[in-house]
Write a protein of this length. Structure first.
Length: 652
């Protein structure tokens, strides 16, 4: 029986200069998914590469007195080194200058021409060289490119056009019948409402004003433009159009194209239309993730606000950087990169939570049992709760990974890490060790800690390739105890060999000192971050959170309230109006939770209200306080009361 297959791609990167941490974001996410599927037993194809043709590259190469191929060769070498540094496990790296790709693109172009879906005409319009994009007069913003804001050039030349408009209705129908084709849903709505329904124009797919590209085989004064050239890589890399299309037949259609939100339009309108014209299956999903930005805006070389991943990996290790990229930002949303956030995440999650858990457990097994736990063990309080959390962790992680929710999957794993740390405080092994009669109970406690760590170490493999190896060495976890399937079973850890203390997994970092040393890394345009670095010494912080005094906290009055009634606010998709009872009084509260709760679900619930907040008006309705809620990824959960307590009670 053949293995199940999984095909995942990143965009092929345009080699216009050095890659920054934002580029690494997409590729690390794709790598985590590829590793996860391999661990599950899938036959995986993970594709990345470089898009190397175009007018911009030809111009830059000429300015440097080298050929375009020499120019891109130098940059591609650096890209491949970065992926090695980031532990990227791509199965194939395609370059659009590869001979097999050039030949396949020529065949694709000719097939579309022979079918009548490509025709010759004349193009006149505005062209942005850095973005490799054509724009109409109405699409320009203040006369500039709407994507990058730079100047555009008036272009008029003979061109071949692809009949994109022919596939408009079919594309709309596909998106309506396949709601998961574009994720997140907000990107799908944008494509339908902003591009498809207003109407598609035919697409210019060849150029004559430069020659650095794939020549049109039957009209060599034309070169194939980026849409057909670059987008076709997803099938040419599999052998489509060649003498050996075994991989194409095996892996196509792609399970998921991971792309940045700025190129969703190309991958969900132009690319599917091309595939429809070629009578080929469409990819199963296109996931348009958000940007990882600095406070000064989107990272770009032209703005001078890029963050070098090589420097970060050299300072903190590849696992810390990969963890931050995948944990800090819900995949699909925009996120902000800052050195302070990175260091805080390393200290809190990696050093304090995981690293400390491993070192404490190994140290106690060594101290109390010389590295090897006895077979005689005794169960006790808190064991079953711990086992329940860890026993369900694999299935919860898989459910989230299958939805590409990397951040939430890691959050679930770290909940288990926190629960295991709490178990140490509950069972107090140091106290048990004082009495020899507790020896069996102590052994059980330490076994449960080691087994919890084993399960966590298996499940973090897709995200952090180096840390599990270090954990396995310290806890002497054997190969059969490291399989993905084993993470779903409690009690696998055998402790056949003695544990042995190793290096600290993640040393704690002095935030103030580190931010000062990183000040030179912060782009000159990001004055807000520079100011933070300068002021950090004077601020008292714990895990990146500014401390306040008890007198500040005392100013906030939190009260238990009971929801008496609830209804939607007219002309608002987000707001609910609640009438709550707080002791002897009733209050009206407006809260932006309509996307998470139906009004009828809230009636009778006891919630927590910030009772001394100044009244504010939302949609003209006065809100007399604020309901507390916890937010994580795309989830929002109201803070409720555990136990029977009267409304109006003060929260301390």
């Amino acid at each position: 029986m053949s293995k199940k297959t999984f095909y995942i791609t990143t965009p092929i990167y345009y080699p216009s200069g050095k890659l920054h941490i934002g580029h690494s974001y997409t590729t690390v996410a794709a790598d985590a998914m590829a590793r996860y599927k391999r661990l599950q037993g899938y036959d995986v194809m993970f594709l990345t590469g470089t898009d190397e043709h175009g007018q911009k590259i030809q111009r830059v190469a000429a300015e440097n007195n080298i050929t375009p191929k020499q120019y891109v060769d130098n940059i591609v070498e650096g890209i491949k080194k970065l992926w090695d540094l980031m532990k990227i496990t791509n199965d194939k790296f395609i370059r659009t200058t590869d001979d097999y790709h050039v030949a396949a693109v020529q065949k694709i172009f000719k097939a579309l021409y022979d079918k009548g879906d490509i025709y010759k005409s004349e193009y006149e319009g505005w062209y942005c060289t850095p973005c490799e994009s054509f724009w109409t007069e109405t699409q320009l913003v203040d006369g500039n490119c709407p994507d990058c804001g730079r100047k555009v050039e008036k272009t008029r030349e003979e061109s071949y056009f692809f009949r994109l408009s022919k596939y408009q209705d079919r594309l709309i129908r596909h998106l309506e019948e396949n709601p998961d084709f574009i994720q997140p849903a907000s990107r799908r709505n944008e494509m339908i409402n902003n591009f498809l329904k207003p109407g598609l124009e035919d697409l210019c797919v060849s150029r004559t004003s430069f020659n650095w590209g794939v020549p049109v085989s039957f009209d060599e004064k034309h070169v194939v433009y980026v849409w057909i050239d670059a987008l076709s890589n997803y099938i040419t890399a599999l052998g489509y159009g060649s003498d050996n299309d075994e991989n194409f037949n095996k892996f196509w259609p792609a399970d998921v194209h991971l792309v940045g939100k700025e190129i969703v339009r190309f991958h969900t309108i132009i690319w599917p239309a091309m595939l429809m014209a070629l009578e080929l299956p469409l990819p199963k999903q296109v996931f348009g993730h958000g940007w990882l930005v600095l406070e000064g805006g989107k990272m770009s070389k032209s703005k001078g606000n890029v963050v070098d991943p090589v420097i970060l990996v050299d300072k903190y290790g590849v696992d810390a950087i990969r963890y931050f990229l995948l944990r800090e930002v819900p995949f699909g949303a925009d996120g902000v990169f800052s050195n302070e956030a990175l260091i805080s995440r390393i200290n809190s999650d990696l050093a304090n939570d995981l690293g400390n858990l491993v070192s404490r457990t190994v140290a106690m097994i060594n101290k109390y049992f010389n590295g090897s736990l006895p077979k005689e063990r005794q169960s006790g309080d808190f064991d079953e709760d711990l086992k329940s959390v860890l026993g369900n962790l694999k299935s919860r992680t898989e459910e989230l990974m299958d939805k590409l929710q990397f951040s939430t999957a890691l959050a679930e794993i770290w909940k288990a890490v926190s629960r295991t740390n709490k178990y140490i405080d509950e069972t107090m092994p140091w106290a048990l060790a004082k009495d020899e009669s507790n020896r069996a109970r102590l052994a059980e406690v330490l076994y449960n800690l080691a087994e919890s760590i084993r399960i966590v170490s298996v499940l973090i493999q897709p995200f952090m390739p180096e840390t599990p190896l270090k954990i396995w060495e310290q806890l002497a976890i054997s190969e059969e105890e490291r399989t993905w399937e084993s993470a779903g079973t409690w009690g696998v850890y055998s402790n056949k060999s003695p544990v042995k203390a190793g290096e600290v997994l993640f040393p704690r970092i002095d935030i103030a000192k580190e931010l000062e040393s990183l000040a030179n890394m912060i782009p000159s345009g990001d004055s807000k971050q520079q100011e933070k670095a300068k002021e950090s010494k004077a601020e008292e912080k714990v895990e990146g959170v500014q401390l306040i005094g008890i007198e500040d906290f005392g100013k906030v009055e939190l009260r238990v309230v009971k929801v008496l009634s609830c209804e939607k606010v007219e002309k608002s998709d987000k707001l609910l109006k609640l009438i709550v009872k707080c002791g002897e009084e009733q209050r009206q509260v407006v809260s932006g939770i309509a996307q998470y709760y139906k009004p009828e679900e809230l009636v009778g619930k006891k919630l927590i209200l910030v009772a001394n907040l100044k009244p504010a008006k939302l949609r003209g309705i006065e809100s007399q306080g604020m309901i507390l809620a916890a937010e994580e990824s795309e989830r929002l959960v109201l803070v409720t009361v555990d136990g029977d307590i009267a409304d109006g009670a003060k929260v301390r």
